[in-house]
Design a protein around this ligand. Sequence first.
Ligand SMILES: Nc1ncnc2c1ncn2[C@@H]1O[C@H](COP(=O)(O)OP(=O)(O)OP(=O)(O)O)[C@@H](O)[C@H]1O
Ligand SMILES: [Mg+2]
Length: 563
Amino acid sequence: MSIGAGATALSAWMLKPVLNHMVDGEGFKTLQYLAAGVTGLFFVRGLATWGYQVVLARTGNRIVASVQRKLYEHLLQQDMRFFHGRHSTELMTHLGGAASGVRDALQVVITSAGRDVLTLVGLIIVMIIQDPVMALIALSIMPLGGYALNRLIRRVRQSARRSYAGSALILETIQETVQGIRIVKSFNLEASMRKRMNDAVREVERSVNRMASGQAISSPISDGVAGIAIGAVIFYGSWRVSIAGADPGSFFSFVGALLMAYEPGKKIARLHLDIQSGLTGARMIYEVLDTPAQEKTETDLPNLQVSEGRITFHDVSFSYRDEEPVLDELNLVAEPNSTTALVGPSGGGKSTIVALIQRFFQPADGQIRIDGQNIMDVDLASLRDKIAFVSQDVFLFRGTIRDNIAMGKTGATEDEIVDAARMANAHDFIMGFTSGYDTNVGEQGAQLSGGQRQRIAIARAFLKNAPIILLDEPTAALDSESEREVQKALDSLRHGRTTIVVAHRLQTIVNSDRICVIENGRAVETGTHDELIVAKGTYHAFFATQFGESATPVKFGASARSH
Ligand SMILES: Nc1ncnc2c1ncn2[C@@H]1O[C@H](COP(=O)(O)OP(=O)(O)OP(=O)(O)O)[C@@H](O)[C@H]1O
Ligand SMILES: [Mg+2]
């Protein structure tokens, strides 16, 4: 950059000997050298520009890459609350758009601070050498332009923020349209989605326009200011040359330097304006980066040791929002070598219990223990290593069925994957596809049926072969036959393991060793099916309303069908 700036200043300075020799009418030879010199200087300037642009682009791209990596790393360390409070597209805009905005802003800053400032300094030196008084006249007008430009900044900044928000909304609409296309079509939502999209697009267009006109208005301002400066210089200069008899070379060199200084001067003046969009992006990135990492992976905590696998809740209270308790001094024991079923009305807190065991959230009060160790005092990764989880809403990743099952265990062999799929009663339907285990599941498993997705999720959990199994309604989307098969697999798995299963289906409930009725964030009843029926309490009532008085609880193996 300094080579380029030096070359520019030198070429302005050379106007003086060029003009003076021309006026002298002699030095044609000198002029030839000067011509060659100017040509050379421009080549040097071009090469220097090429060099710094390559370096700058690479530096900028590396910054984008490192910001993206850092942001993602930070995302991984956030807890559920962080994610539940945001729309995924908001984070996408931050990760994608904002990072490159930062790069662009940085490049503008570096170019201005480097090339433009250096060039300007060089040219100002030339001006001072040629005519100090004229230089003073020209320079005194500069602050005026700077002041006028700074007033535009606030407007540009606001528009930049709006355009980011609008872009996030566009992404959000596209994402929800793609993922919810069945609902969009079935409910004839095309018109309202179109309106949402149009509003977002219009908002982005409007704010980008506003940003552009804010930035463009800097041109008339700086042109006006420059016009005044150049006019004053020409007036004073021609007086000096024609009346006071100064040499014309200095004058022309001065004007040359002044004209050349205009571009970099203008760029520096609007620097603040041009980086507003990037600064807004940077601010959003730091908003995410400054959210403290919630899931600190303290390395000094001991690993969880599972000997039996007894899970106990001691007076656990928890709420998602203040003043809205979800769990209220809950006490619960899940015995090893057995299956504990959590049953109860929707919204009672069953999924929350399953989430707390995995430390997705932190209880406000009370303790959760596994074999006597408080789960808050053990290494988080070691805790989750010991747990196999099937969530209520099955999630599949991009890729094939094999990829999705293999997520359960790093380095799983083909045999292990097939075994897990067999246990989950998934092998047969998988082999029914022409591509078998290589069948693509589509985005979030869109190419599979609900029951198939569920069995893949179960296979993934089986493959993990963990001592604690948490199943949130694992058989909700299965037909009775598949349910029975999965049930059989669960049954064989329970030995040497602790299983907690959130259940709505008769078959699953009846086959559990113990049943825990969760209502309003408390375990209101605990016992075996027979005990609870005899007790004629909440479970009895629940059972009667769910399955009817007549439903005979048939232990696994017979054909119990709920209606
Ligand atoms: N992320 C969240 N933020 C705020 N409230 C939540 C959140 N998740 C759940 N809740 C609330 O907590 C309560 C318990 O929810 P939970 O998912 O544990 O119920 P559940 O017993 O699993 O119900 P279901 O049988 O319908 O799955 C509900 O009132 C629910 O609205
Ligand atoms: Mg639930």
